[in-house]
Ligand binder design. Structure first.
Ligand code: PMP
Length: 397
């Protein structure tokens, strides 16, 4: 029997839960779902790149041939052949990565949360870029760190700051390739200097790299993981090179950390879906990504060029922006007195959306910044949306 007039519960959320806030981006995304809105706000990959047929065939094959295994519980660390694939894909001639160093996770976002869980205490110092990935700041925040923002310039973070700021820190979180939110890339020299600076302090360096494969020109730069596999924790994802809906990523780390992360993951979700891992392995094992990734690069590169061209045409000369060599984002800096949140309110009235820059800062936000994603909007709409933004900004000068 159902209870009549149940007592309304006075929810007493834990202190930890009280720190949780809805992501600024998710709130904006609700508005931008409307079809009339030209949205540069989402961090979503373009659905035009999703390999639906390849995935359908892989699901079919796995379920037909290995259905009973795929539908059973699996090991916490992940599906063996896929871990091996990840280890091989990351190994170089002088830095071999072993499958035992790979933990499969339910999206690299889960990896960020697990890292926070096992490395951060209340008040622990965590070094982040200025600005940094909002989702990581959010994931780490739950564990109460003290964020220390590393100074940066157009070439990304400045490794020379690490020696003084990194004393006693628990970790440094870096995004070397086509960074979210700025699109910036760290040069090989800076990568080497950063790895050396962290090594000197014995400071774990997290290399979050979901966009690394999406370089528009030439080969990706060397990974920091391969410069020091004993001190770098690498995070990869299938979200931007295959599809995000499958929620599959991985963390590569020295064994003692993998073991601890595995224990934390066990408590969280036992393991990442076995079916998904087997299907992804089936879909990619014969080299599919080698033909698929170039099609994503071409689409994003063309749309990035369209946006850069439109920015040059319609934005005032007092605004500046990054010129990414890959990935999904452009970062705009407006004259100091313009608050991008105010701009957003006006832009939404004219059916254009973007993400204001402030939530991407670990410490003092710069409210005259914003992030634009060009990957889900066709070139003619990119032009129209940037024209509208340009006019609004010019009117605010
Ligand atoms: N790191 C960065 C820098 C990202 O941009 C994202 C996704 N937007 C993630 C991690 C999380 O990706 P996943 O879909 O693998 O959880």
């Amino acid at each position: 029997m159902k209870i009549n007039n149940p007592t309304p519960i006075q929810w007493r959320f834990s202190e930890r839960a009280q720190k949780l806030q809805s992501s600024a981006i998710r709130e904006i995304l609700k508005v931008t779902m409307r079809p009339e809105v030209i949205s540069f706000a989402g961090g979503l990959p373009s659905p035009a790149t999703f390999p639906v047929e390849q995935m359908r065939a892989a699901y079919d094959k796995v379920l037909s041939l290995q259905g009973k295994i795929a539908l059973q519980y699996g090991p916490t660390d992940g599906y063996g052949p896929l871990r091996e694939w990840v280890a091989n894909s990351l190994s170089t001639s002088d830095a071999k990565i072993l499958p035992e160093q790979v933990l499969m996770v339910s999206g690299s976002q889960q990896g960020l949360d697990l890292l926070g869980k096992v490395l951060i205490d209340e008040g622990s110092k965590v070094l982040v870029e200025t600005p940094s990935y909002l989702g990581a700041l959010q994931a780490f925040s739950l564990y109460g760190p003290e964020f220390v923002s590393l100074p940066s310039d157009d070439g990304g973070l400045l490794p020379e700051a690490v020696e003084t700021l990194g004393q006693g820190a628990r970790m440094l979180y870096a995004l070397p390739n086509f960074q979210n939110p700025t699109g910036r890339t760290l040069s090989v020299e800076r990568r080497q200097a950063l790895v050396a600076a962290c090594d000197k302090l014995g400071l774990p360096l997290i290399e979050d790299d979901p966009y690394g494969a999406l370089s528009y020109r030439g080969e990706p730069l060397p990974k920091m993981l391969n410069m020091n596999p004993d001190g770098v924790i690498y995070m990869g994802s299938f979200s931007k090179i295959l599809t995000p809906g499958i929620r599959l990523g991985y963390v590569v780390a020295p064994r003692p950390l993998v073991e601890k992360l595995e224990q934390a993951k066990q408590a969280t979700d036992l393991h990442t879906a076995q079916l998904t891992q087997m299907v992804v392995y089936e879909a990619i094992k014969d080299g599919f990504l080698k033909e698929h990734i170039p099609t994503i690069r071409k689409l994003y590169s063309d749309q990035c060029a369209a946006m850069l061209d439109a920015l040059q045409t319609y934005f005032p000369s007092s605004a500046s922006w990054t010129k990414p060599e890959g990935g999904m984002f452009i970062w705009v800096t407006l004259p100091k007195h313009i608050d991008s949140k105010v701009l957003l309110a006006q832009a939404i009235e004219q059916h254009v959306a973007f993400v204001p820059g402030a939530p991407f800062y670990g410490n003092t936000p710069e409210s005259n910044t914003l992030r634009l994603s060009f990957v889900t909007v066709p070139p003619e709409k990119i032009r129209k949306g940037i024209e509208i933004l340009g006019k609004l900004i010019t009117a605010m000068l």
